[in-house]
Design a protein around this ligand. Structure first.
Ligand SMILES: Nc1ncnc2c1ncn2[C@@H]1O[C@H](COP(=O)(O)OP(=O)(O)O)[C@@H](O)[C@H]1O
Ligand SMILES: [Mg+2]
Length: 260
């Protein structure tokens, strides 16, 4: 592929003054941000701060009331969701939505078929590519099981696998690691970092109560509060910001310790 200065300077994703209301409630309020290719970004914010809505706007589940969404210099603001995935916008859902009666491998093959390779692969090739991913996410021994039989954590892993199978340029992870054991989170974080680097996937991961995972991986942290962007800074800087401590922890450090 042609590498010009323009290409290198191109932002992967840009949001310009994006807003979305539900009734009178501003779920996402005038948010602007940008994500570079291969960048790892942590999204932090209390419950109801608009994180999932932001992901829904980027992936096309909802259209914004105002503002603009640009992906690889292309205005995708009004593009339907099914046309965004093949461009390279992949995501996991806060509540996994597996095809329950399909096997783990088949579920992941669906990711291949609806992702950036949708025009290149047939079913057989998708199943083959899925096999490799099943192994890499550690579900090898469950590959021929029905998705319905997986534990909640295994379903989350499968969800991550399905998103990676899309071979996205941008991967939005909505509480993808919630409920996992800290050791499994550490392993997943390493794996994702490796994927981000080797496959040049920008990852925007939502992190609630697993600060460790953000610190370990994110180059940048974005904090949302009541739908508005409060902080957008390199991780170390963001973590020193008293507003982050207040919004993220929401209570003094002693209590935090007791509560975790
Ligand atoms: N489909 C919807 N209909 C109505 N209100 C919604 C909908 N989705 C989210 N909201 C509201 O928007 C706000 C932000 O929600 P959400 O984006 O889910 O926050 P987060 O993911 O940060 O917890 C909340 O007040 C929530 O109740
Ligand atoms: Mg949410």
């Amino acid at each position: 592929m042609k590498k010009t200065t323009w290409d290198r300077n191109m932002k992967l994703l840009e949001l310009k003054n994006v807003s979305k209301s539900f009734g009178g409630l501003k779920a996402v309020n005038n948010v602007s941000l940008q994500i570079d290719p291969g960048e790892f970004v942590g999204i932090v914010g209390p419950n109801g701060s608009g994180k999932t809505t932001l992901f829904n706007l980027i992936s096309g589940v909802f259209l914004p009331d105002s503002g603009q969404i640009i992906f690889e210099s292309k205005d995708i603001t009004r593009l339907p969701a099914f046309k965004r995935a093949p461009l390279g916008i992949g995501r996991t859902f806060q509540i996994p939505r597996p095809f329950n009666s399909a096997t783990v491998r088949e579920n992941i093959a669906v990711g291949v078929m609806f992702g950036t390779r949708s025009r290149e692969v047939n079913v057989e090739q998708s199943m083959h590519l899925a096999e490799e991913i099943v192994e890499r996410i550690g579900l090898g021994k469950h590959r021929e099981k029905e998705a319905a039989s997986l534990t909640p954590v295994e379903k989350k892993l499968m969800e991550i696998g399905r998103a990676l199978a899309m071979k996205p340029k941008l991967l939005l992870m909505d509480e993808a690691m919630a409920g996992m054991h800290p050791n499994d989170i550490d392993n997943m974080v390493k794996f994702l970092k490796m994927m981000a680097e080797t496959e040049n996937i920008a990852i925007v991961a939502m992190v609630e109560h697993i600060m460790r995972a953000v610190v370990g991986m994110a180059e940048k942290v974005i904090v949302l509060d009541q739908g508005a962007k409060l902080v957008d800074a390199p991780t170390e800087e963001a973590l020193k910001d008293p507003r982050v401590v207040e919004v993220y922890l929401g209570h003094p450090p002693e209590e935090t310790h007791a509560a975790s």
